[in-house]
Design a protein around this ligand. Sequence first.
Ligand code: KG4
Ligand code: ZN
Length: 358
Amino acid sequence: MLVLGIESSCDETAAAVVRDGNEILSSIISSQIDLHRPFGGVVPELASREHLEKIDPIVTEAIDRANITFGDVDAIAVTQGPGLIGSLLVGVCYAKALAYGLDKPIVGVNHIEGHFYSVVFENPAIEFPALALIVSGGHTNLFYIPVEGSYKLISRTRDDAAGEAFDKVAKMLGMGYPGGPAIEQLARSGDSSRVKFPIAKISDGRPDFSFSGLKTAVARYLKENDLKVYDDGGQTAKWTMDVAASVQESIVRALVRTMEATARDLQPKTLIVAGGVACNGALRTAAMASSTKLGIPVYFPSKNLSTDNAAMIAAAGTSKLRNGQRAGLDLSADISMRLQNLDNEDAALKKRGARYKL
Ligand code: KG4
Ligand code: ZN
């Protein structure tokens, strides 16, 4: 089965052709990082305009590079949500028009489920139950997946996503966007024992994450120690590296300790760490150490499949198509699309006052 995947949920316009759910024939990604960098983050209006410019040439390039024609495609999978509405709409409308014109089936894919499927290309087949930590700029979720397609949400962030925390702290340290790679680079020369940033504990006892306090803690540390970015004539100061290392350690520890405690409890057969933050070497090292301790294999996507791409959307779409799922032409972008479809506690948690972005 040849599936054309289309992804445009945030700031990457991407298209890919995937055979039988796990073989990439082409994967084209047009990143908008340079466009948004001067603003220190993604500007939604600019993002959707850029998607509009890029979507047709990127999809055409994916078809060409796969050495196939549009007629050879068996189905189309497109990111339906969550994400930025203007960005999502470009991909969804384009994919629907293509599906209608070619008379091919189409499925909508949850972007977070796409990240889960990003590990299928370069790892052994996922054994279920699986436990997946999906960490990106917009999401920080720990899912228990007893069988393919069933997602129980165990932990999520109460405020900022882990990638967002990297991005915000990087900004405070005078580094550009995106912040994750910049912090990782700085942290390599830093001493993480220099500052101990606390790991937030959620007062209602849920195993949730919280990263917004970290940026406050960093701001307070900089103020109390009278540290100013680039106060040494443009050279990166040693303290900047130490703060980066400490922040990275705090984020990684929060993520991995929750994953490890949940794995002890639920005994999954596979651990998965995916999403843009899964590029982070310290997170990979800590997750691998945890995997060894637990005796459970951990799968990561390669770095080019960790950040947003369309191959993962095609892979997730293939699984849905195999289950007979098809969307109609009323398929629409859904910015608050949820993946949790098992023991969903959202309504009860809301009643108890727990607030989540997603
Ligand atoms: O999955 P992704 O490309 O987009 C979303 O769906 O959000 O993730 C982007 C996020 C950004 O916040 C970026 O700073 C973070 O992933 N990131 C990293 C690294 N590379 C990207 N965070 C930490 N270390 C990295 N090496
Ligand atoms: Zn993503």
